[in-house]
Ligand binder design. Structure first.
Ligand code: S3P
Length: 440
C-alpha cells in the first residue's frame, strides 16, 4: 500500500497536460473492437481501469497493438467477430467496463461471466440487468441480478429493440443499452433524465452508425457494420478538475492545463466554479475526433458560496466532492442537491467525503442528496484514507495542498486507476507531493 505525503501551502504554477479521458479510452477499445479494420487511438489513458478493458477485449480475440503507453491500434474483428473467452472477464475496479461490457456481451452467441474486485462486486448492477432483460437478454447476477458477478448467456432469439426510460441519469446504463442495441432486431431508444456524457453516441456516429439525439431521447438503428476510425483522446476533464480546483483554492496559484476535453456534458464543474467567481479562461477551443477540446487557464481567486442542483449535477457527477471542497474555501455557505448517485460510486462519496475532509478541518456535511457546506474552513494537515477510491484520494491530496502542515493520504496507489503520475504532476506544478510505500 502506498501513501501520498503533501506539504500544504506551496504555490502551484506552470503548464501541464493531464492523462487521456477515461470514458473515451474505454469506448475506443470496446467500439474499436467491433469495427471493421483498424482503429487508431492516440492519447489513451494508461490507467488500471482502461487496461482492464484492454485485457478483456484481448481475451475475446481482439488484437490491441501498443505503439507506446498512450498510442495503440485496435484491430477490430467486426460486430460478430468476438470469440468465446477462456475464463471470467475481470473488470477489476471499473464500473464503466462491467456496465458497458454487459450490453456488449448480451448480443453475443457465447456465454460470459463478468466479474471484478470485491469493491466492484458491491456496486449496483440491477440498473443494467433490468433493461437488458427487457431486450430479451439472458443475464443473471448475485443477489437476484443486483450485483456482479454477472452471467450472460446467449439469448434464445435476437435481442429486441426497446424504448427505455432510465430511472437514473447514467451514461454507463445508456451506453450499455445502446451497445446491446447494436445487436437488436429493431431500433433502440434510451430516454435520459439528465444530460449524461455522450461519448458513446459521438464515437458510434464516427464509425458510421445512425444514432439520433432529440433532446433527452437517443435512438440507435442497428447497423450492418461499424467502420474502424481514428480516436484522438483529449485530456480527461475529470482529472484536470483536481488541478483546476487546486489552482482555485491555493493562494497565488496560476496554471495552464492544455488539451482538455470540453464536451458540454463534462464541463459542469467549470460552470459551477465560474458561478462562484473563479478565474478560469478557455483558449484554443477546437474539435478533435468529434469532441470539443481546449486549454484551461486557471488562477487563484476568492470564491463565493452558491447553490447547485439539477442538470448541472449530471454534467459534473465525478467532480462533486471537489466542488464541495471548493465551497468549503469560499465565502458564505453552499448547498449541493440532487447528487444521490454519489453514494454508489467507487466509495460512498457523500459519507466518505464528509468523514475524510472533516479530518482536515473542512465543514462539509453530507445530506440525503448531496452536501451542506460552511464556507471559510481553515484546513490543517492530517492523516486521511483513500477508502480505495481514486477520486477521493486525489480530492484529499488537493485539500492537503491548501492546508497548513502535512497531509498523509493512505491507500494512494488507487490514483493509478485514472491518473497515473498524479504525484509527479503535482510536483511539476511546484506542489510538495511524495508518493511511496506506506512504511517509508
Ligand atoms: C462514466 C459515467 C459515470 C461516471 C464514471 C464514468 C462513463 O457513471 O461516474 O466515472 O464512462 O460512462 P454513471 O453512468 O454511473 O453516472
Amino acid at each position: 500500500m502506498d501513501t501520498l505525503r503533501i506539504q500544504g501551502g506551496a504555490v502551484l504554477a506552470g503548464g501541464i497536460r493531464v492523462p487521456g479521458d477515461k470514458s473515451i479510452s474505454h469506448r475506443s477499445i470496446l467500439l474499436g473492437a467491433l469495427g471493421e479494420g483498424a482503429t487508431r487511438v492516440t492519447g489513451f489513458l494508461d490507467g488500471r481501469d482502461c487496461l482492464a478493458t484492454v485485457g478483456i477485449m484481448q481475451s475475446l480475440g481482439v488484437g490491441v497493438e501498443r505503439h507506446s503507453a498512450v498510442d495503440l491500434t485496435v484491430h477490430g474483428v467486426g460486430l460478430h467477430g468476438l470469440r468465446s473467452p477462456d475464463g471470467p472477464l475481470d473488470c477489476r475496479n471499473s464500473g464503466t467496463t462491467i456496465r458497458l461490457l454487459s450490453g456488449l456481451m448480451a448480443g453475443q452467441r457465447f456465454a460470459s461471466k463478468l466479474t471484478g474486485s470485491p469493491q466492484l462486486c458491491t456496486r449496483p448492477m440491477d440498473r443494467v440487468v433490468a433493461p437488458l432483460r427487457k431486450m430479451g437478454a439472458s443475464i443473471s447476477g448475485a443477489d437476484g441480478g443486483g450485483t456482479a458477478p454477472l452471467l450472460v448467456r446467449p439469448a434464445a432469439r435476437p435481442l429486441q429493440g426497446v424504448r427505455y426510460a432510465m430511472p437514473v441519469a447514467s451514461a454507463q446504463v445508456k451506453s450499455c443499452v445502446l451497445l446491446a442495441g447494436l445487436y437488436a432486431d429493431s431500433a433502440t431508444t434510451v430516454i435520459e433524465p439528465g444530460p449524461t456524457r455522450d461519448h458513446t453516441e459521438c464515437m458510434l456516429r464516427g464509425m458510421g452508425v445512425r444514432v439520433v439525439t432529440e433532446g433527452r431521447r437517443i435512438t440507435l438503428e442497428p447497423p450492418q457494420r461499424l467502420k474502424g476510425t481514428n480516436v484522438a483522446i483529449p485530456g480527461d476533464p475529470s482529472s484536470a478538475a483536481f488541478l483546476m480546483v487546486a489552482a482555485c483554492i491555493v493562494p497565488g496559484s496560476r496554471m495552464r492545463i492544455v488539451d482538455v476535453g470540453l464536451n458540454p456534458t463534462r464541463t459542469g464543474l467549470m460552470d459551477a466554479l465560474l458561478q462562484m467567481g473563479a478565474d478560469i479562461r478557455v483558449e484554443n477551443r477546437r474539435e478533435a475526433a468529434g469532441e470539443a477540446v481546449g486549454d484551461l487557464l486557471v488562477g487563484y481567486a476568492p470564491l463565493r458560496g452558491a447553490e447547485f442542483g439539477g442538470d448541472l449535477i449530471v454534467r459534473m457527477i465525478d467532480e462533486l466532492p471537489l466542488l464541495a471542497l471548493a465551497c468549503s474555501q469560499a465565502e458564505g455557505p453552499s448547498r449541493i442537491r440532487d447528487a444521490q448517485e454519489l453514494k454508489v460510486k467507487e466509495s460512498n462519496r457523500i459519507l466518505d467525503t464528509e468523514r475524510q475532509l472533516a479530518r482536515l478541518g473542512a465543514v462539509v456535511q453530507g445530506t440525503e442528496d448531496g452536501f451542506a457546506i460552511d464556507g471559510g474552513s481553515r484546513l490543517h494537515g492530517a492523516c486521511v484514507d483513500s477508502c480505495d477510491d481514486h477520486r477521493l484520494a486525489m480530492l484529499l491530496a488537493v485539500a492537503g495542498l491548501a492546508a497548513r502542515g502535512e497531509t498523509v493520504v493512505a491507500g494512494a496507489q488507487v490514483t493509478d486507476d485514472s491518473f497515473p503520475g498524479f504525484a509527479e504532476t503535482l510536483k511539476t506544478l511546484g506542489g510538495a507531493a511524495e508518493r511511496g510505500p506506506a512504511d517509508a
